[in-house]
Design a protein around this ligand. Structure first.
Ligand code: ADE
Ligand code: ZN
Ligand code: ZN
Length: 261
């Protein structure tokens, strides 16, 4: 028994930190920030509809559902819906699309279900939660990254003394190291004038993907494979992260206000 206990302790100690509970919900602060901002910009009608469907919950709490179901095999078909990869500088659809779907198709599907008066409430709840998450993901530049390295997931770097990859640095490492709660982060960036907000609301879902892809191109040039990234990387890039979280929130509210008119 003592040997067994000893082995378990050793195993826990050597287990890579990537698999700790904290890491499991990577990206949750970013998603909740976008959800919280969107919640504040909902119209009265949209707020009522969201409250009814989420049974008193809100867009921040709904925002991480799509990541939580990833570990359940029953939901495997939704994995490719979190991102899109197409050649930089080309248009979506110039190359064959992923038959398993992508984030553009996913957002269209969510909107269609929510706008269809014949959709069941169960479907509406499910696709609303997915929509909140996918509009967030769309604004993480590397969710519109290159196919060959899975949007930076195969682009190994170090974050301080920990081995990780560029995708995770942009999903969560910079945000988590910043140390703010999602409400603090949301309050600190959601400070736009009406005119600035209007400018962000321009364009379509595809335009927002092209914008993310253009940022992804810069992100790839911001680090070398194996490089040790630390404070100065956040210093240079946290502004982009915040801007994308804010855009995601403002645009999500706009999409929902349009659906629940
Ligand atoms: N996550 C998993 N695969 C991905 C890809 N190809 N692009 C972006 N994010 C991903
Ligand atoms: Zn996701
Ligand atoms: Zn991601």
């Amino acid at each position: 028994m003592r040997t067994y206990l000893f082995l378990v302790i050793i195993l826990l100690l050597v287990m890579p930190s990537e698999t700790t509970a904290n890491e499991f919900f990577w990206g949750s602060t970013g998603h909740r920030t976008t959800g919280h901002i969107a919640q504040k910009h909902l119209s009265r009608k949209a707020r009522k509809a969201v409250k009814r469907l989420l049974k008193g919950g809100n867009l921040a709490s709904a925002s991480t559902f799509a990541d939580e179901i990833k570990s359940d095999d029953a939901y495997r078909k939704y994995s490719p819906w979190h991102y899109v990869n197409f050649n930089f500088g080309t248009k979506y659809g110039d190359q064959p699309l992923n038959p398993a779907g992508d984030i553009i198709m996913a957002i269209r599907k969510c909107k269609a279900v929510l706008q269809d008066p014949n959709s069941s409430d169960t479907d509406k709840v499910f696709y609303l939660k997915l929509l909140v998450h996918f509009i967030g993901d769309l604004h993480q530049p590397l969710h519109c990254g290159k196919a060959e390295d899975k949007g930076g997931n195969d682009f190994q770097v170090r974050w301080f003394d920990q081995g990780t990859n560029l995708h995770k640095v942009w999903d969560s490492k910079m945000i988590d190291s910043y140390g703010m709660s999602y409400t603090e982060l949301a309050e600190s960036i959601d400070v736009l004038s009406k005119k600035e907000r209007k400018a962000i609301q321009e364009g379509s879902v595809l335009d927002w993907a092209y914008e993310s892809q253009a940022l992804a191109d810069k992100v790839y040039k911001s680090a070398k494979v194996g490089e040790k990234l630390r404070y100065d990387y956040s210093y240079k890039n946290l502004g982009t992260v915040k801007q994308q979280l804010l855009k995601g929130g403002i645009r999500l509210a706009m999409v929902l206000n349009e659906i629940f008119k």
